[in-house]
Design a protein around this ligand. Structure first.
Ligand SMILES: Cc1cc2nc3c(=O)[nH]c(=O)nc-3n(C[C@H](O)[C@H](O)[C@H](O)COP(=O)(O)OP(=O)(O)OC[C@H]3O[C@@H](n4cnc5c(N)ncnc54)[C@H](O)[C@@H]3O)c2cc1C
Ligand SMILES: NC(=O)c1ccc[n+]([C@@H]2O[C@H](COP(=O)([O-])OP(=O)(O)OC[C@H]3O[C@@H](n4cnc5c(N)ncnc54)[C@H](OP(=O)(O)O)[C@@H]3O)[C@@H](O)[C@H]2O)c1
Length: 534
């Protein structure tokens, strides 16, 4: 057998090949990673061509201006116009490197373009609109492949997803749910839970900054209502399980996928067929497309009774959900905790429940096992140098990774200064972990604790308002090399906090707005400004 020593340098690309030294070294590493144990390269002609083309330069400058979760998809696609297909695929993603698909955005798009990843529906923040755009870009890929004879051959997995148990969404392990308690006091408009798990039987560890993947199950009540609507028996066998088991464990019941509308368009006629077809193509014939989960579709097309097997086939796989880890494995080995905000809302007369948040808040019991994994975060971590000061901005559930950072710094005796900006709606009922944070302040672990309560006064007051108030001191910390972190809401908070940071740099760092923007961009590039937003 042709075993390769881990340190052996593999030379596959000859020095005469038309690549720079860096490209050649990268390609050698890439191909070495694909060598099978008998030394054969497990790469299709198409993948090889794609990799070579990319290494030789495919007209892409590496910048990704569309990598911004606050931009709508149409704008992101516009920014990617004229770029290689893989980059347009990246622009279709909802762009936060959130990790829910198991990749970062650029690796996921590369894997699709290289045909190492066939699942086009993994981008949770992008939902259906990202899946639709990826499908249409994938068709372009197919068309290009047909026009280029070399582009054929069977695809093999080029997945950047590790197969180590408990380290990826594709290979979860069992952990034990230990407890939950509500963090908000009476009078709060929020429902947020502190959740504890025991990882000892799973043998999992993690580092602070990582996220925890939860494989939740659908609600039995909802599943049984759906089974009644399709008029089937819950014990009928589908995919070697009962229909009820498949609907609880394997498929997503919200939102309704295009494939379900397609199925319904075959099973009905006349106006109903037209409406189902329009919905399958991303149309909105009745103005309710955004609210249609699987049950709402069955109610809308109430005369359609799909066969259980084709019904299940038309649904999307159930996706895991990620949560920022609130604990430190160094401080409390084998234990892991989260801060989870519940998703509950009403559409028409029906209450809609978030899958994983409600599973954790009310459907799992202490002692129960559940499938989990640790999603390692490569871009959200404590500074390597324990003396580096850190500024953490995390309103609401955004507190989670920062409590973990603080515990880690205490457990490792890190001498760096720590400043936390926390806030929420009301100080009397939404001050999570008040005693613990105050104790950290008293002990000196928290050098500064700055709070902002949005609904205590007549006017909204947010963390970025507090930051502006103490802008001079904040600038001093930044000038002294502090790393800055944001965690929490992606759509509004993170963007507004970043804008405040730019203002503070401009005002107290004596820079123009353009210079301040590029200063903050540079902090990001150097890894001194990191975000874990969702
Ligand atoms: C890296 C990362 C870290 C995260 N960390 C945390 C964390 O620490 N704590 C935390 O609570 N969450 C966190 N999240 C979010 C979390 O992963 C889930 O997205 C969240 O809990 C909702 O999941 P769910 O399954 O309960 O809801 P879902 O079943 O996914 O439902 C949510 C969906 O419901 C719809 N929806 C929600 N509200 C409304 C409304 N009012 N009207 C209409 N539609 C609505 C939206 O389409 C929304 O996407 C994190 C996400 C990422 C990517
Ligand atoms: N992707 C998902 O499915 C999903 C699921 C759950 C949560 N989320 C997001 O994650 C967030 C997490 O919720 P959470 O419970 O942690 O808290 P949150 O709802 O984000 O609220 C935390 C605090 O931030 C304030 N806030 C609102 N807008 C802000 C802004 N532009 N700048 C700064 N602060 C702002 C809130 O004030 P006010 O409320 O008084 O304005 C509140 O005081 C949700 O808002 C939601 O956007 C996403």
């Amino acid at each position: 057998m042709n075993q390769i020593a881990p340190t052996a340098k593999i030379e596959i690309i000859p020095p005469s090949a038309p690549f720079s030294e860096a490209q050649r070294s990268w390609l050698n590493g890439f191909f070495a990673g694909l060598l099978t144990t008998d030394g054969a390269v497990a790469l299709s002609a198409e993948q090889g061509a794609a990799m070579l083309q990319r290494a030789a330069g495919d007209g892409d400058d590496g910048a990704a201006p569309w990598h911004d979760q606050t931009l709508p998809i149409a704008e992101r696609m516009k920014l990617a116009e004229g770029r290689p297909l893989r980059r347009r695929m990246m622009a279709a993603m909802a762009q936060q490197d959130c990790g829910q698909c198991g990749y970062n955005c650029s690796d996921y798009s590369d894997a699709i373009a290289d045909r190492g990843e066939a699942r086009l529906n993994l981008c949770v923040p992008g939902g259906k609109e990202t899946a639709r755009m990826l499908k249409s870009l994938y068709e372009e890929l197919d068309k290009a492949a047909k026009e280029t004879p070399a582009a054929g051959g069977s695809a093999v997995a080029l997945s950047a997803i590790t197969t180590e148990p408990g380290r990826s969404r594709d290979n979860p392990v069992e952990a034990t749910f230990v407890s939950r308690h509500r963090l908000n006091k009476p009078g709060s408009e929020k429902e947020t839970w502190h959740i504890e798990f025991d990882l000892s039987t799973a043998g999992l560890d993690y580092v602070v900054g990582d996220s925890f993947g939860i494989v939740a199950k659908n609600d039995l009540g909802l599943v049984d209502q759906i089974i009644a609507l399709i008029g089937a028996s819950h014990t009928i066998q589908v995919r070697n399980k009962t229909l009820r088991e498949v609907l609880i464990e394997d498929v997503s019941l919200s939102p309704a996928p295009d494939s379900l509308f397609e199925l319904f368009s075959y099973l009905t006629g006349g106006k109903q067929r037209e409406r189902a077809r329009a919905l399958a193509q991303g149309g909105d014939p009745d103005g309710d497309a955004a609210t249609l989960d699987v049950m709402a579709v069955l109610q809308k097309f109430s005369n359609v009774r799909p066969h259980p097997e084709s019904f299940v086939e038309a649904l999307e796989p159930l996706q895991p959900r990620l949560y920022s880890i609130f604990s430190s494995h160094t401080a409390t080995p084998g234990k892991l905790s989260l801060t989870v905000d519940c998703v509950r809302y009403v559409v028409g007369k029906r209450k809609r429940l978030g899958l994983a948040s409600i599973f954790l808040a009310e459907r799992i019991n202490p002692g129960d096992g559940l499938k989990v994994y640790v999603q390692h975060s490569s871009g959200f971590a404590l500074p390597q140098d324990p003396r580096t000061p850190i500024v953490m901005i995390g309103p609401g559930t955004g507190i989670a990774p920062f409590r973990a950072f603080l515990l880690e710094r205490r457990a490792t005796g890190a001498p760096g200064k720590n400043w936390l900006f926390f806030g929420h709606q009301r100080s009397d009922c939404d001050f999570f972990y008040k005693d613990e944070l105050n104790a950290m302040k008293t002990s000196g672990l928290l050098t500064r604790l700055s709070l902002a309560w949005s609904r205590d006064g007549v006017k909204k007051f947010y963390v970025q308002d507090r930051m502006r108030e103490v802008g001079r001191e904040l600038w001093t910390w930044i000038a002294d090399g502090a790393h800055i972190y944001i965690c929490g809401d992606a759509k509004r908070m993170a963007k507004d906090v970043e804008a405040a940071l730019v203002d503070i740099v401009a005002q107290h760092g004596a820079r123009s707005t353009a210079e301040a923007i590029s200063f903050v961009a540079d902090l990001k590039k150097k890894g001194r400004f990191q975000q874990d937003v969702y």
